[in-house]
Structures are given as structure tokens and as C-alpha cells.
Design a protein around this ligand. Sequence first.
Ligand SMILES: Cc1cc2nc3c(=O)[nH]c(=O)nc-3n(C[C@H](O)[C@H](O)[C@H](O)COP(=O)(O)OP(=O)(O)OC[C@H]3O[C@@H](n4cnc5c(N)ncnc54)[C@H](O)[C@@H]3O)c2cc1C
Length: 368
Amino acid sequence: MKTQSVAIIGGGVVGLAIAHTYAQAGHEVFLFEKSLHFGDGQSGRSSGVAHPGIYYPTGSLKAILCVRGRQLQEEFCLSHGVPFIKPGKLIVARTHDEVPALEFYRERGTANGVRGLRIITREELKEYEPNIEGVAALHSPQTAIVDAGAFVQKLAELSERAGAHLFRGREIVAIEKRDSQFVLSILNHDNTKDKCSVDRVFNAAGLYADEIARMVNPESLYRIIPVRGEYCRYASAKKSELRIHHAIYGLPQEIEYEGRKVFSSGMHLLPTIGSDTILVGPTARVVEKKDDYEGNRFGKDYFLAYAQSFKPTLREEDLEFEYAGIRAELLGHNDFMIEEDPRNPGFRNLLGIRSPGLTAALAIAEYI
Ligand SMILES: Cc1cc2nc3c(=O)[nH]c(=O)nc-3n(C[C@H](O)[C@H](O)[C@H](O)COP(=O)(O)OP(=O)(O)OC[C@H]3O[C@@H](n4cnc5c(N)ncnc54)[C@H](O)[C@@H]3O)c2cc1C
């Protein structure tokens, strides 16, 4: 195999997983991350749920890479000491109208290769989760929770150990094709500039992947819209009497933007690794700017209403605001888009890598 020089734009979990894979295969790898920290985009601001692959249409990249990725992620975390717990998940129907949707997702998940999905009755739900109200639930034993920050750091560490050159505080600002090479213009954190010439490029720039795609092909029509997900938390499950053992979800939500449907797996109540905190969120709302994490946030009453739909006695005074993340929604496409730029062989775009991208990252790297 001919060794190639490879540039990766973006130091989130996907860029780092690609760096690791290519460096291990003996290629010369350069990864550029504009922030001073890896995982500063979506990767460090997610729920950290290792999804089993229930929601996505059978045969889609999301379905295939999520199922494979969850398995690879579990093996990776266990062999490299990344915190990973498998509490399982309950998608709870709070009214009888919601029960047919549980059956729909059980069938779809099973067709996708998710093992162990089972609909449980109200009585079983009370046994599994005495604190949660509902008329039935879909139980998914494979759902897990990963420490996303530790996962990102471990991928960076292993990539460097395999010989990849990882750079932080380096923003790609222009790309030019010269003969068979791609020349990347880099703006460094200290305002100095550099250039890097490589055989192949992977665009793993998350929210900005549409803008990077246009740098090499101005005719590229992809558009990524920022969909913010905000969180609150019950800092003490014990104090707020919200002890839960599973990740608790309602049914998925759809919001509309410019006449198109934007899917979200919905809000959840989530136990956290190594603490007594329960995370509530994420909301789903289109925002104007790709870096607007704080402006015009939902009030606590919004989170309370959601949490109370599972446990009516919860109190607003126990809720605290938490972080927000912004999803890279590829407008008009519900699946991951992984493709070579039609005008530039050797330049691969990874677009719309939103949930379940954290779960699927290792499978995405394996796939490409
Ligand atoms: C609120 C929320 C909750 C989520 N929950 C889950 C979940 O529970 N489970 C799950 O599987 N997935 C979840 N996801 C999705 C998951 O986080 C993403 O799919 C995944 O992190 C995508 O990784 P990435 O590397 O493609 O993108 P990112 O992590 O966004 O990384 C892209 C990187 O590119 C860098 N960059 C951008 N432009 C440039 C440039 N010009 N030059 C250099 N660097 C650049 C950015 O700074 C960024 O670090 C969630 C996402 C959000 C926002």
C-alpha cells in the first residue's frame, strides 16, 4: 500500500478517530483543530449516550454505523480505561396514545440489529423504576453512557502514539488544489500563518463542514444549521428524590425549519457517571449563530414540565442550569453524508454528523 499524507480538519471525536485509524495504517497524518482544546465542538457538549441504533431508518448510514460504533466504542472504552457504564434505557410512553410508537421503534431497532429490545408494562416499569410514571416503556439494555471528554482525550493520545501530528489552535481558512495536492492555509492562534500540502483531506469540521466544503468547491450547496440543545440538572438525585437506574427518554421529537423536518431523539433524564447528578435535556431549537451557546435560553419551567411528566412531584428549586451544545444539522438530509467532493477526488466531506455521531465515530473511521 502506498503511504499517503492526510490532513484532517477538525479535532472532534470523528476527526480524531480518523487520525487514529490512518496513523495506525502507516499514513502521515496531520490534524488541525481551530480551538485550543480537542472536543470543543459537539463532541464535548453531548449527552454522552452510546446509542444502540433504534431510531434510524433501516439501511441508513446512521443505523449501520451506530450499531457497529456502539460495539466498537464499548470495546475501546473497556480496553483503554475510558469510563463507560451500561444502565440501559427506557423510552417511556406517558399516555396510551404513545404506545404504538414504542412498537414501531421496537420493530425498527430489531431490524437494525439492536438486541434485547422489549416492551414492558406499567407494572414492570414500576419495578424497573419506582420513581417514574408511565403506561408502558421500550426497554433497551444495550444503551450505555460514556465519558465523552475522556473518550476524546484517549483518541488523541493513541493517535499521537501511532505517529499522527495533532495541532490545536490552528484554523483552516482556505484550501487550494495544486496538481494532485491540496494546499491548506492555516491561521494559527498567535495570528501567524502556515501552509500544509497533502495528498488527501478529510473534512470533519462539524458545524463548519459546509463552509469547509465550499472552500474547495464553491458550488457545494450543503447547508448546516445550528440546532441548540440545552441542559439543566438535578444536582442531587437523592435530595430531589429522583433516583433512577436507566436513561429515561420520552418519544423522539420533530421540529420544523423552513418546511423541513429536523429530528431529535428527544429529551431525557440521564444518570451521570460517578455522581449523583441527573441531567435533564437536551432541548432542540434552531439558533442564528453556530457558536451561540447561551443567548435566550429556555427557562427552568420548560425543563421542569418535562421532568414532571415522568414524576409530578419534582421541584423547580432543585433544578440548576447546565451546559448547552449545538448540533450540526445538515438541512434536507436526515442521514450522515460521507462523500468525496465530486470535483476533487481525494477530498472527503463528513457532513451532518450529529447524533449518534459520538457513538458511531469509530465505525465512521472504519467505514471510510
Ligand atoms: C446537545 C447534543 C447532544 C448530543 N448527544 C449525543 C449522544 O448522546 N450520543 C451521540 O452518539 N451523539 C450525540 N451528539 C452528537 C455528537 O456529539 C456528534 O455527532 C459528534 O460529537 C460529532 O463529532 P465531530 O468530530 O464530527 O464534530 P465536532 O465535535 O463538532 O468537531 C468538529 C471540530 O472541528 C473544528 N473546526 C471547525 N472548523 C474548523 C476549521 N476551519 N479549522 C480547524 N478546525 C475546525 C471545531 O472546532 C470542532 O472541534 C450530541 C450532540 C449535541 C450537540
